[in-house]
Design a protein around this ligand. Structure first.
Ligand code: ATP
Ligand code: LTN
Length: 337
């Protein structure tokens, strides 16, 4: 009798930093996609809290953000029965592999990373070594799990490319050790822009809270932020060059409702920005309502959250140790006997 080996599910890895309140940008650019991928792939997701301390965090707030993010991801539909969802700092193999990979990453390569340049310009008082070597830790996250695909927003493409280069370099120096991952960038929602400065991406660490919509914002706040969103003086809802603010709102509306730009232009023909902004706000409120309801239940049950992330950390440790042990052996460490 012929036996068929079941096809191996491809492995997906991604992470988000719990460096603030999770935004609509994170959701549309990353999280929503993560949820959709869970049936087709073996998904491994993490809260990248080690990455988050490259920028100074207030300890109490940091702890709160991590727990909130964990609950929020479950509320968005990350299913711990199907996917592995853990907290990076609870799995020590990440920091260990990151150190090794640091020694296979060039100063010049890290110097070219635009995120490093942006963040060091933004925090000139704290341009720490962790901020500089951030991409080696991200490479470790991905490579530890022999990931095939890495869903990220467009801003992370450069880091992913570096992770591929590090993997290829290591494989070439020794023997095949890491699977070389591919990026997976969503078509819509890949770059949601700030509501106050639509030439910059919506970012949870933006000091101006009107620039971003948090996943846990109240409906009134969402309406207010959308109403105040920077647009232009043309007063015509159409997707065009030089209309970054309107384009961004159309992008949000499209990602939430599934309507394409032409449909949106027809829907708002002859209507002003006021009406359009309100429609965007209402669509966002409706998208977030069920998520916020589920979130309230999860965050009230700390014991359940702890159970989930502790079990996930154990599994992640077992899985990632396989790769780390191989690496240590190939590099020539004596090993622990
Ligand atoms: P920070 O402000 O701390 O740099 P961030 O809000 O930019 O954080 P990250 O934790 O760096 O978010 O990113 C988490 C994921 O969300 C990544 O995959 C990233 O590409 C995606 N993402 C972040 N901001 C946006 C955005 N504005 N539009 C689309 N995707 C985004
Ligand atoms: N650097 C990413 C977060 C991140 C990540 C990862 C994404 C940390 N490790 C591994 C994908 C794969 C960010 O800032 N968005």
């Amino acid at each position: 009798m012929e036996t068929q080996t079941p096809e191996r599910k491809k492995i997906i890895f991604s992470a988000i930093q719990p460096s603030g309140s999770i935004t609509l940008g994170n959701y549309l650019g990353a999280l929503k996609n993560w949820v959709a991928l869970q049936d087709e792939y073996q998904c491994i997701y993490a809260l990248a809290d080690l990455h988050a301390i490259t920028v100074r965090q207030d300890p109490a707030q940091f702890r709160r953000h991590a727990l909130e993010a964990y609950a929020l991801f479950l509320a968005c539909g990350i299913d711990v029965e199907k996917s592995l969802f853990f907290i990076q700092s609870q799995v020590h193999t990440h920091a260990e592999l990151a150190w090794v990979l640091n020694c296979y990453t060039q100063f010049g390569e890290l110097s070219r990373m635009t995120q490093f340049k942006d963040k060091s310009a933004k925090h000139p008082e704290n341009v720490n070594a962790g901020l500089f070597t951030y991409p080696s830790l991200m490479a470790a996250d991905i490579l530890l799990y022999q990931s095939d695909l890495v869903p990220v927003g467009a801003d992370q493409k450069q880091h992913l490319e570096l992770a591929r280069n590090i993997a290829e370099r290591f494989n070439g120096l020794y023997s095949p050790t890491f699977r070389v991952p591919e990026g997976y960038i969503p078509k819509v929602g890949a770059r949601i822009m700030s509501l106050q400065d639509p030439t910059r991406k919506m970012s949870k660490s933006d000091e101006n809270a009107n620039a971003w919509i948090a996943m846990l914002d109240k409906p009134d706040d969402i309406v207010r932020k959308c109403k105040r969103a920077v647009t232009d003086s043309e007063a015509c809802v159409r997707y065009a060059e030089g209309k970054a603010g309107v384009n961004n709102l159309m992008g949000i509306y499209s990602a939430v409702t599934g309507k394409d730009y032409e449909e949106i232009e027809r829907e708002f023909e002859g209507k002003g920005y006021g009406e359009f902004k309100l429609a965007v706000a209402e669509a966002v409120v409706e998208e977030l309502r069920p998520i916020q309801e589920r979130y309230a239940k999860y965050i009230a049950d700390k014991a359940y959250l702890e159970e989930c992330y502790s079990a996930a950390a154990q599994k992640a440790l077992a899985l990632s140790s396989r790769t780390l042990n191989k690496v240590m052996k190939k590099v020539g460490f004596l090993g622990r006997g």
